[in-house]
Design a protein around this ligand. Structure first.
Ligand SMILES: [Zn+2]
Ligand SMILES: [Zn+2]
Length: 104
């Protein structure tokens, strides 16, 4: 039996993949009890939250790199954007970069 409360709790714990236009999701609620931060194959990212198993072999992994004036957002492929105004903007800039890099 599923109550409304259960449904609300599980919806609140759904974590989306940070990859642009990716439909992957996982339920973080189930992992509270196992002590694991993420499901197997998922990776945490300080920039976009989580990245799903479909991107396990990608060269595009976003990171934040502290600088004297703030932080740059960088990608493992070598891409970098200097001093994005917010973390949200950093994620969007990185997603734009991945869309561009994966086109064609
Ligand atoms: Zn994904
Ligand atoms: Zn990249």
């Amino acid at each position: 039996m599923t109550t409304d409360l259960d449904a609300a709790a599980s919806e609140a714990s759904i974590r989306p993949c940070g990859w642009p236009d990716c439909p992957e999701r996982f339920d973080a609620y189930g992992h509270i009890f196992t002590g694991a931060n993420v499901q197997p194959g998922w990776r945490q990212s300080s920039v976009v939250g989580y990245l799903g198993p479909a991107h396990g072999d990608t060269v595009h992994l976003p990171r934040l790199e502290r600088t004297e004036i703030g932080a740059d957002v960088t990608c493992d492929c070598g891409w970098r954007h200097t001093d994005p105004p917010t973390l949200g903007a950093a994620g969007e800039l990185w997603r734009d970069h991945v869309r561009e890099a994966c086109r064609g």
